[in-house]
Structures are given as structure tokens and as C-alpha cells.
Unconditional design. Structure first.
Ligand code: ZN
Length: 59
């Protein structure tokens, strides 16, 4: 198995990782209260999911 002869410097690894970017979580509009919420999650504003209330919203 071929192996690297020398380890890469810290700056070389950091330069490669400049392309790693954090992305925003995709949001969807709640059909009940029209707030932005995470997809496939109950709405934190009104506690609705799939057309019905499944939990009490946080005060
Ligand atoms: Zn909602």
C-alpha cells in the first residue's frame, strides 16, 4: 500500500478546508401559522404537524 512520505502542514489542510461551508437548515412555511419552521418537524410556534396539533407550543 502506498503511503504519504511526509505529513501535510496544518496550513495545507486548512487551505483544503476553505471550501467546507456551513449551510443554513432548509425551512418551510407552517400551513397553520405561516411561521418558518424546520421541514418534517412540528412547528415550534403553534405545535402543529400534518394538519393537527400534536404538542403545546413553548410559552
Ligand atoms: Zn405553526
Amino acid at each position: 500500500m502506498p503511503n504519504p512520505k511526509r505529513r501535510h502542514s496544518k496550513s495545507r489542510g486548512a487551505k483544503r478546508r476553505t471550501h467546507y461551508k456551513a449551510t443554513k437548515p432548509s425551512t418551510a412555511e407552517c400551513p397553520n401559522c405561516h411561521e418558518h419552521k424546520l421541514q418534517h418537524r412540528a412547528c415550534p410556534n403553534c405545535g402543529h404537524y400534518n394538519g393537527r396539533s400534536i404538542m403545546m407550543p413553548k410559552e
